[in-house]
Design a binder for this molecule. Sequence first.
Ligand SMILES: NC(=O)c1ccc[n+]([C@@H]2O[C@H](COP(=O)([O-])OP(=O)(O)OC[C@H]3O[C@@H](n4cnc5c(N)ncnc54)[C@H](O)[C@@H]3O)[C@@H](O)[C@H]2O)c1
Length: 286
Amino acid sequence: MRTLSGKRFLPWRHRAIRVDGIAYTYRPMKLSGKVAVVTGGARGIGRALCERFAAEGVRGLALADIDGNLAAQVAASVGGAGYRVDVGGEPAMRELVGRVRERFGEIDLFCSNAGIFAPGGIDTPGEDWERMFDVNFRAHLYAARAVLPPMLARGEGYLLQVVSAAGLLTQIGSAPYAVTKHAALALAEWIAVTHGDAGIKVSCVCPQGVRTRMLRGGGAATPGFLTEAALTPGEVAEAVIVGLENERFLILPHPEVADYFRRKADDYDRWIRGMRRLRRRVEEDA
Ligand SMILES: NC(=O)c1ccc[n+]([C@@H]2O[C@H](COP(=O)([O-])OP(=O)(O)OC[C@H]3O[C@@H](n4cnc5c(N)ncnc54)[C@H](O)[C@@H]3O)[C@@H](O)[C@H]2O)c1
């Protein structure tokens, strides 16, 4: 029996799976005793993840948010450390990773959760496209550049990327959101394919509507079907815990997203026709 990461086999800590008829073992991700970083941890999904990670018994928890005061408050309530960071800048992300490693030691799990939404089509001003790319995509790249080298040296580490169903499907009413979330997913896939054999785990959380400031802030631009089926941030955090334990690349708090994604792959043209109908309905309801 070999291990997926090529590490020594510790039977009591491993689970067995079969891939293409070959038996492998892997060690399920347990958060207890680990060091985790969550960006955008002051509100919404990020905050729920921090609360849940604290309840799971992480040893070190760092919250990074552009709202430094709120990050400090939430950190105090969950027994973590709060940092004011704009994730859209590489030097700031490097500094964050350095400060967390100094304080808690090696980072086991880095969660890139901070994200922004704005409605708009292809004529969205260039600086707004750039800002969306910075926060929704480049922040994931900067985090990976900072944390992957030490993780690769240790032969283990977890990247948890909060993306969106928009990264698998699309976002009616926002071209920059759809495009930047696809980019984030593409990077996560690439890292999983390239560094999985070296012990790096990657999961992408792809929810539809979640009851947070982001969904409320979308106002009229938010399609009604997203608000109607919206989950609470706590429900998303629960799905993440299960997804991490099972080391699933895709974590789908709304399971129906798997069907939509399958239908898109099965017949792209039919899917686009269906999405056009949905867009017309959304515009009529607005
Ligand atoms: N709410 C939804 O319906 C929904 C659905 C799918 C995916 N998502 C994704 O989930 C993630 C979290 O969103 P949310 O709904 O909790 O939003 P939210 O607005 O409630 O919280 C986002 C947090 O990120 C922080 N943040 C924003 N820009 C930042 C920056 N540049 N640097 C550091 N921190 C920054 C904010 O201060 C806030 O605390 C985002 O990536 C979002 O795209 C949300």
